[in-house]
Design a protein around this ligand. Structure first.
Ligand code: HEC
Length: 146
């Protein structure tokens, strides 16, 4: 029997096959490869983003000046992955200044609401979307930030 994580990935990855029939053997093999490489998916992250982040940060990542900071062209997003992971996991509260606008809002913590995989996916998405061009974030990167 595979571990629950591998089984979960097998389900996710077989789901990615769409209507194509995927044999369970090849789904298991790709799940095993996925666990080994610990990838994050920007396309899955786009779905996580639309469902959980876009109401505040807007679908195009530009935010709402004075209320919700932009995630496009924001060094807090494209800089240190560890810092960005910590913000998304723990939430953020207190005064910040982005592009000359002051924000003093509260972002809820996403740890426990989203899985580590979803957090890796959404960070990979926001770091590589709009004009952002920063590195992907892996599931193990997210797991490492407590
Ligand atoms: C309810 C509205 C809301 C939602 C939903 C939301 N955020 Fe936020 N986010 C905020 C606010 C407000 C701040 C700024 C907090 C402050 O002023 O200290 C913020 C800050 C951030 C920052 C740090 C920006 C900086 O310049 O330091 C990142 C990164 C971020 N959010 C990512 C996300 C991601 C990814 C999601 C979805 C998983 C998300 N947010 C969902 C309201 C939200």
């Amino acid at each position: 029997m595979r571990s629950p994580a591998a089984l979960f990935l097998a389900l996710v990855f077989s789901g990615c096959g769409g209507s194509r029939a995927t044999s369970s053997a090849s789904a298991s093999a790709s799940a095993a490869a996925a666990v080994a490489h610990n990838p994050a998916s920007a396309s899955d992250g786009a779905v996580v983003y639309i469902n959980n982040c876009s109401s505040c940060h807007q679908p195009d990542g530009t935010g709402i000046p004075g209320a919700f900071p932009p995630l496009a062209a924001n060094a807090a997003v494209t800089g240190s992955p560890v810092a960005a992971i910590a913000i998304v996991k723990d939430g953020l509260e207190g005064r910040i200044v982005v592009d000359g606008h002051v924000y003093s809002g509260i972002m809820p913590r996403w740890n426990g609401v989203l899985t580590d995989e979803q957090i890796a996916d959404v960070l990979t998405y926001i770091r590589s979307s709009w004009k952002n061009r920063a590195s992907a974030v892996s599931i193990s990167d997210v797991e490492a930030v407590k």
